[in-house]
Design a protein around this ligand. Structure first.
Ligand code: DC
Length: 227
């Protein structure tokens, strides 16, 4: 293990369950969580609120740099206003995915993400946690699930929140967003060469969390043998 605070990275496509798994693994270990997608979503919201042209790469990067964000147990504030529900909206997620290839924005968010690495440990979820932001992470997970399974989960979540949703539209949207995240030249969605690929299509959240915790227990240094 590195001398730094340990990190478990969980990367994967949208709605693969990364966020829920990351939170549960973090709470089982008593660690903090970084939801890096939220930073891209917050940037998207700020771009919308300040009517910034999404094509203006420097202005978007500045918006990312200047975000005044505070994560708290029940949500997140942007410039002092509670925005947890706003940033979960589909159009905000879509704009985040369109802004994400901007190298200047990614650079602007880099140090902000690394600052989450504090003792006793961090579970970081996103697209490039294991490949770029925390390349030296002790354990890297690449969490996948087929688009249909992910769209069904997202549909259920939206309906539970009282937001109307159409499954076919969500599947199409999910495929489009995956393609954009995978095909972009900068920090594409790709498994780190040393990542463990976990397919959650047929697993419950509990099984997926257990899978990650089992992998983590294998990374922990073995106590010296008694003589
Ligand atoms: O994980 P999410 O769906 O909340 O992320 C929203 C968008 O942000 C996603 O479509 C791509 C982008 N993103 C990214 O480029 N890199 C990350 N580490 C996390 C998210």
């Amino acid at each position: 293990m590195s001398a730094l605070t340990p990190v478990i990275t969980i990367d994967g496509p949208t709605a693969s369950g990364k966020g829920t798994v990351a939170h549960r693994v973090a709470s089982a270990l008593g660690w903090g969580v970084l939801d890096s997608g939220a930073l891209y979503r917050l940037t998207a919201l700020s771009v919308l609120q300040h009517k910034i042209n999404p094509e203006d790469l420097q202005a978007v990067a500045r918006a990312g740099q200047q975000l005044e964000v505070s994560f708290h147990p029940k949500g997140v504030t942007l410039f002092g206003a509670e925005v947890a529900d706003l940033i979960r909206q589909e159009h905000v997620g879509n704009l985040a995915s369109r802004l994400a290839p901007n190298p200047a924005l990614r650079q602007a968010l880099l140090e902000r993400q690394r600052a989450f690495r504090v003792a006793p440990g961090l579970v970081a979820d996103g697209r490039d946690m294991g490949t770029i932001v925390f390349k030296d992470a002790e354990l890297k997970i690449f969490l996948v699930a087929d688009a249909q399974a992910r769209a069904e989960r997202r549909c259920k979540q939206l309906i539970e929140k009282g937001i109307s949703a159409n499954l076919d539209d969500l599947v199409a949207d999910m495929r489009e967003r995956d393609a954009r995240d995978i095909e972009r030249a900068v920090a594409p969605l790709i498994a780190a060469t040393d990542a463990h690929v976990v397919d959650s299509s047929q697993l419950t959240i509990e099984q997926t969390v257990q899978n990650v915790l089992d992998l983590w227990s294998r990374v922990l240094p073995t106590p010296p043998a008694k003589v």
